[in-house]
Design a protein. Structure first.
Lengths: 325, 333, 325, 333
C-alpha cells in the first residue's frame, strides 16, 4: 500500500499505563465534566451535554493500550473518550462553550467532535452511527498492513441498532482489528436497559466466533486488562473482541434531566462505587493530592482558554462543507 | 377553518398531538403507539405523556433503538389488523428506517391491493440546540414516493385535526411535527371529533398582491411578515399553508398565484431540490403568463445546522427574510 | 382489542400434516417451478425468477403447523413459501407470466407477491426486508390477544442485514410469537456463504435467550417438527425461536445464472439428497404416482389459466397506489 | 468535450467504469473497492470484472449483505487514509445506508475539518425486469445534502472521466450509474489520464429554439428527439447533460434558457419534487422574463415501476415524449 497518512507513533506511555496516569486521566475527565456541568447551569453551554461522570474507567481503561494511530469511535456521551484518546481539554471545553477555538469551531458541541489527527474519528449524534465507521477504520488499517487497531465505544442502547449485528459479522469474517466496547451504564435515555436489551450483551459475539467478556466497568485496571488483551490480539491479527463494561451514569441522560425514573438508593449505591475513588486508592494520598492539583490547574486553564476565546458567530456556519477548490 | 360556533381551547402544539392520540386510541382499539421513550417517559419532549397509563403497555410500547424494526412493527402490525402509530424520535433518524418506509410500507398496497393504515410520526427542524444530526428537514424526499402521504402541520389545531385523519387514513402517512413549534399555542376546536382532511391547503390570510406559501415553522413567520408588510408597505399578502405536502393541493396554490402574480415560498429546509422547488415548478408550468415577477425562495442556506441556538436561528429564515422576499417580488418587473 | 380482522380459521389439516400432504405440496412446488423455468426459457416470464428447487422441504415443513390466520414473510426466492401457505398455483403462475389475473395483476412478478387474506404478507425484493414486517405482524397478533404466530423465512445471506439483529432483540424482549426460519441454501447470490456468514447462524439467538436449532432442511418432517415445536411454544406465549434449515439450491441465483462458481460434484451430491424423493419414500409408489398425476393436472391447469389470461397492459400500471377516495 | 486529436475507442458504459477503476487503482494504492459480489463474480452485471484478480482480495472485497456497514467501510476507511470506492448494488438499497451517507460521510468534514475521499457507486433505473424495489430514481434526495456531491453520467466516456475525478475528489461523491445504459457504447478517449471535472455540464448539442436538459437514460433519447425535431419540424434543440447534479452547473443551463426562452427537462425519475423541479425553479427565478413558454417536464408517471420490461418501458419517458414536450413549448405563447 501507499505510505501511511499518519506515521506510526510510539505508545502514549505512562499517561495510560500507570496507576498515576490512569487516575490522572479519570480525574481530568471528572473535573472537566463537572466544570462543563457548572457552565451549563450558568447557561454557557449552547448545546446538549451528556455527562459520563461515573463511567470514566471505561474510557481510560479502554484507551490504555492505544497509540495515536489507533482509532476510537465514540458516542453522544463522549467527553471521557475524547480526553482518554488525547483531546486537549482546552479545545474541547471551547467546543462545548461554542467558541471559535473549539475542535469544530464551536459549531458542533459535544456530539460532533472529531479529531482525526489523534485517531478520534468522532463522537456521534446517531446512536450506533460510529459502529460502521469503526468497522471501516479497522478495515482500512488491515488493508494498509498497519498493526493499528480500532476501539469502538457504544452504549448498551446501541446494541439494539442493526449496525451492531452487521459489524460483528463483518469484523468476525475479516478478523478485523476491532474492539467493541459496550459501555453498559444501565439506562438508555429515559428507560432502563431491561426495555432495550434481551439476554446478555457480552455474549452477542459468541455465535460469530468473537470472544466476549464482561468486566467491572468501574475498575479501570480491569477494563484496561480486558481491552488490552483484546488490543494485543487484534494487533497480532487475531481479530475482534467484544467487551461489555458494566458501569452507571450518575446523572440524567442529558444535563437538565432529573432522572426521576430511577430511585435514589440505586444511584447512591453506584456513587459509593466511584471508579475515580477506586482508581485513586492505589495511590498514596500525597501523590493523589498533587495530581488533583495538577488537574485543577489544567481544568482552570482549559476553562479560561475557552472563556477567553471568541464566541462563534454566524460567519462560521458555512465553513468546512466541501474541500477548497 | 374553524367554524364560528365551535368552542375552542388554547393548546400547545404538542397538546394537540396528544389529544389526537388519546381520542383515536379511545375510539378504535386497533390504534397502537410504538416508539422510543413514548411509554412511561411520555416522549422525550412529553408529547405522549399519559398515554401508557391510559392504554396499557401493549398498546403504548417503548421500543429499543431499532428504527428499521420500529417502522416494521407498524407495517406488519397494520398488515395483521392494527392501525399503528409509529414514532421516530427525530426526523433525521427516519433515514435508518428508509427501506421500511419507502420500499415496504409505501408499496404494500401496490403489491397486495390491501390497505396499509400506518402513521409515522416524527419531529423535524432546527428548533433546539441539537445540531446537524437532529435538526434536518428532508420532507421533500418523502414527497417523491408513490403510495406515501406526507403531512406537516404548522399549529396545534391542524396538528390535531390532521393527525386524527392520518390515523384513519388507509394509506401510510408520514406525519412531520416541528420541534420549534411544540410549545406554540393556538385555539383548537373542542368538538367531539375534529377532523381536517388530508390534501387540502389552508389559506391562512387572504391577500391580493403576493402569494406566500409557507410550511412548518415558517407559517407563523410568514403571517407576521404579512402583517408588517401590510402596515409598513401597504402590501396585501396571501399566506397559504398547504399542510399536506403529498398529495399537494396545487389548485389552491395556483389559483392564488394566478390572482397575485407573485410567489414566495418559505420553509425551514435548505433550498436546492426542496419543497420550494416543486412549488416553483408548478407555478411556472401553470401560471407563467400571470407571473409578474420572479418567485423568491425563503429557505435556510445550504449548510449544516449548527448546534448553538443563536447560530441555528441565524441560519433559519425569519420574519425579516420573508419581508425582504416579498418586497423583492414587488420591486421586480 | 377490537374484533379481529380475519376470523381464526381451523388448522389447514391434512394438506400439511400427513406424509401424503407434505409430499404433494412439495411436488406441487417442484413442478410449479420447473414449469415456470420452462416458461422462462421460452421467454414467457417477464421478470426475474429465483428458483427454490431443492429447498421445498423448508417451506412445506415450515408452514406445516400454520393456520390461515398465521402470517408468513417470504423472500425474493419465495414460490415454495407462497404455495405452502396456500397460494393458488394458477394465480401465482399468472403473476409470473405477467397476466392480469396474477396476484399483483401481473405487474410485480415473483418478488412482489403478497396475499394478506392467506396470511402471506409478502415475498420481497429487499434482502431482509421481510424481517421487520414479520416482527410487526407478530407484535400485532400479540397486541390483539390472538394465538396466531408469524413465520419469517429468510436466506443465510439476510443474516448479514442489520434488521436481523434488531428483530432478534425485539422478539426476545417482547416474547413475540415469531419463528425465524433461516433457509441456508449455501449461496448468496454469486458467492458462497463463507463470504457472508461468520460462525453459526442457529446460535445467533442464544445471547438473546432465544432457543435455536439447526435441522436438515431436506427432511420435511424434521423441519416440520422443529418449526412445529417452535410454533406451539409461540402460540402458548413462549416467545420466538430461531431455526436454521440447511439445504441447497439446485439452480443458479436466478434463472439464467449458470452458477459456474460451484462445482458439479457438490451440486450432484445435493441433487442426490433430493428432499422430494426423501418425502416420497414414505409413500407407497402407487399412491405417489396418483399424487403426481393430480399435481400434474393442477399444474397444467395453472399454466393454462395463466396462458389464457390477458397479458397485463400499461393501463394497470397506475392502479393500487392509494385507497380509493 | 473530447479534443479532436485524442485517440478513442468504442466502449460500453460498464467498460468505461471498469477502466476508470483499473486506472485509479493502478495509480493510487489507497483506492480500494468494496461491495456485494464485486470481487470474484465481477459484479452482478460484470462491471467490476477482473479487478479482484488484478488487485487482490484486500483491495477488492466482497462483503456480506450489510449496506449500512458497507458504506461505513468507506467512511472509516477514508478516515484512516484509504480512498474507498463502495458499491451499492442497486440504488434502491442505498436507503439502508442512508444514515452513513447523509449523517456521517457528508458531515465528516464539517465536524472535523478533514477530507472524506469516499466514492459511492450505485446503479439506478428501470432498465431491466427488476420491479418496484430495484428500479427507482431517487437522485434528487441526495442533492439536498450539504457536503455531498452527486454525479450521474449518461455515457461511457463521461462515466470514465467523471468516475476518475470522483475517486480523486476529497469530498464524498455519490456516483449513480444507470442500468439501462450499461451496454450502451460510446467513443472513449484513450489518453493516459482522461479526467472530466465534476460540476461542469456538457452541451451535447447546440440549438437555438428550445433547451432540453436531460439526465441519465434520457440524454440519448433527448438527442434522438432533437434530430427528429430538426428534420420534421425544423426546430433547433439544444441538449444539455449536467452530468453532475450536485453541485449543479446552473450557469450553463440558465445561459441556454436565456437564449432559447424554452425549457424541457427530461429524466427517468417521477416528476414531483425531482431534478426537473429544481431546474424549473432555477429558471423561473433567473430567467422569467426570457421564458417564452411554460417549461415542460418529461418524466415517469408518479407510480411504481412495474416488473415486466414492456410495462416498465411504457412507463419510462421515451423519444416521443421529448418530441411532444418540445413541440408543446413551441406552440405555447
Ligand atoms: C438512531 C438514534 N435513535 C435514537 C436516538 C435518541 N437517543 C439519543 S441517546 C439515546 C440513548 C442511548 O443509550 P445508550 O446507547 O445506552 O447510551 P447512553 O446514553 O446510556 O450513554 C437515544 C435513544 C439517537 N440519537 N439516534
Ligand atoms: C438489501 C439488498 N441487498 C442486496 C440485494 C441483492 N440480492 C438479491 S438476492 C441476494 C442474495 C440473497 O442471499 P440469501 O439471503 O442467502 O438468499 P438466497 O438467494 O440464497 O435464497 C442479494 C445479495 C437485495 N435484493 N437487497
Ligand atoms: Mg446506556
Ligand atoms: Mg442463500
Amino acid at each position: 500500500m501507499a505510505e501511511l497518512k499518519t506515521p506510526v507513533a510510539p505508545a502514549t506511555g505512562s499517561a495510560r499505563t500507570t496507576s498515576r496516569g490512569r487516575y490522572r486521566l479519570m480525574r481530568l475527565s471528572r473535573r472537566f465534566e463537572e466544570t462543563a456541568h457548572e457552565q451549563f447551569g450558568d447557561g454557557q453551554v449552547p448545546g446538549p451535554l451528556h455527562l459520563s461522570i461515573g463511567q470514566e474507567a471505561v474510557a481510560v481503561g479502554g484507551c490504555a493500550a492505544l497509540r495515536k494511530t489507533d482509532a476510537v469511535l465514540s458516542t453522544h456521551r463522549g467527553h471521557h473518550h475524547c480526553l482518554a484518546k488525547g483531546a486537549a481539554p482546552d479545545r474541547l471545553m471551547a467546543e462545548l462553550l461554542g467558541r471559535t477555538t473549539g475542535y469544530s469551531r464551536g459549531r458542533g458541541g459535544s456530539m460532533h467532535v472529531a479529531i482525526p489527527a489523534l485517531g478520534l474519528l468522532g463522537t456521534n449524534g446517531i446512536v450506533g452511527g460510529g459502529i460502521p465507521i469503526a468497522t471501516g477504520a479497522a478495515y482500512g488499517m488491515q488493508a494498509q498492513g498497519r498493526d493499528d487497531v480500532t476501539v469502538c465505544f457504544f452504549g448498551e442502547g446501541a446494541t439494539g441498532a442493526g449496525v451492531f449485528g452487521e459489524a460483528l459479522n463483518v469484523a468476525a469474517l475479516w478478523r478485523l482489528p476491532l474492539i467493541f466496547v459496550c459501555e453498559n451504564n444501565q439506562y438508555v435515555e429515559l428507560t432502563p436497559q431491561e426495555i432495550h436489551v434481551a439476554g446478555e450483551i457480552w455474549r452477542r459475539g459468541e455465535s460469530y466466533g468473537i470472544p466476549g467478556v464482561r468486566v467491572d466497568g468501574n475498575d479501570v485496571n480491569a477494563v484496561a486488562d480486558a481491552v488490552g488483551d483484546a488490543v494485543a490480539r487484534a494487533r497480532g491479527g487475531g481479530g475482534p473482541t467484544l467487551v461489555e463494561a458494566v458501569t452507571y451514569r450518575w446523572f440524567g441522560h442529558y444535563a437538565g434531566d432529573r432522572a426521576a425514573y430511577r430511585d435514589d438508593d440505586e444511584v447512591n449505591a453506584w456513587r459509593a462505587n466511584d471508579p475515580l475513588v477506586r482508581a485513586g486508592a492505589a495511590l498514596d494520598p500525597a501523590e493523589r493530592a498533587a495530581l488533583d492539583a495538577e488537574v485543577e490547574k489544567e481544568i482552570s486553564a482549559a476553562l479560561a482558554f475557552a472563556q477567553q476565546s471568541a464566541v462563534t458567530g454566524p460567519e462560521a456556519i458555512a465553513l468546512d462543507h466541501y474541500a477548497a477548490a | 377553518m374553524t367554524a364560528v360556533e365551535t368552542p375552542t381551547r388554547s393548546l400547545k402544539f404538542w397538546q394537540g398531538i396528544n389529544q389526537a392520540l388519546v381520542e383515536e386510541m379511545e375510539r378504535d382499539e386497533r390504534v397502537v403507539l410504538v416508539g422510543e421513550d413514548v411509554g412511561r417517559p411520555g416522549g422525550p419532549y412529553g408529547v405522549t405523556r399519559g398515554l401508557r397509563d391510559r392504554f396499557g403497555d401493549l398498546r403504548v410500547r417503548d421500543t429499543p433503538i431499532s428504527e428499521a424494526v420500529l417502522v416494521g412493527l407498524g407495517v406488519g402490525g397494520a398488515a395483521v389488523g392494527l392501525r399503528p402509530v409509529v414514532e421516530i424520535m427525530f426526523f433525521d433518524f427516519a433515514m435508518i428506517a428508509m427501506d421500511q418506509i419507502v420500499n415496504q410500507a409505501a408499496k404494500y398496497r401496490y403489491f397486495s391491493g390491501a390497505s396499509m393504515p400506518l402513521t409515522i410520526r416524527t419531529m423535524c427542524g432546527a428548533g433546539g440546540p441539537n445540531g446537524a444530526q437532529h435538526s434536518q428537514n428532508f420532507e421533500a424526499w418523502y414527497c417523491t414516493v408513490p403510495g406515501l402521504k406526507v403531512v406537516m402541520p404548522s399549529n396545534a389545531a391542524d396538528a390535531k385535526g390532521l393527525l386524527k385523519s392520518a390515523i384513519r387514513d388507509d394509506d401510510p402517512v408520514l406525519f412531520i411535527e416541528t420541534l420549534g413549534l411544540l410549545p406554540a399555542r393556538r385555539e383548537v376546536p373542542q368538538e367531539d371529533d375534529f377532523l381536517l382532511p388530508l390534501g387540502v391547503a389552508d389559506t391562512r390570510r387572504a391577500g391580493s398582491d403576493v402569494t406566500v406559501v409557507a410550511i412548518g415553522r415558517l407559517v407563523d413567520r410568514a403571517l407576521a411578515a404579512a402583517e408588517r408588510l401590510e402596515q409598513e408597505d401597504g402590501i396585501s399578502v396571501e399566506v397559504i399553508d398547504p399542510r399536506t405536502l403529498a398529495p399537494l393541493d396545487a389548485e389552491t396554490i395556483l389559483a392564488s398565484v394566478r390572482r397575485t402574480g407573485r410567489l414566495v415560498v418559505a420553509q425551514e429546509a435548505t433550498s436546492p431540490f426542496s419543497f420550494a422547488s416543486e412549488v416553483f415548478a408548478l407555478a411556472v408550468e401553470s401560471c407563467l403568463s400571470e407571473l409578474k415577477a420572479p418567485p423568491v425562495r425563503v429557505a435556510s442556506p445550504f449548510v449544516n445546522v449548527p448546534t448553538p441556538v443563536p447560530l441555528a436561528e441565524a441560519r433559519a429564515p425569519g420574519v425579516d427574510d420573508v419581508v425582504a422576499a416579498v418586497r423583492t417580488t414587488m420591486r421586480e418587473a
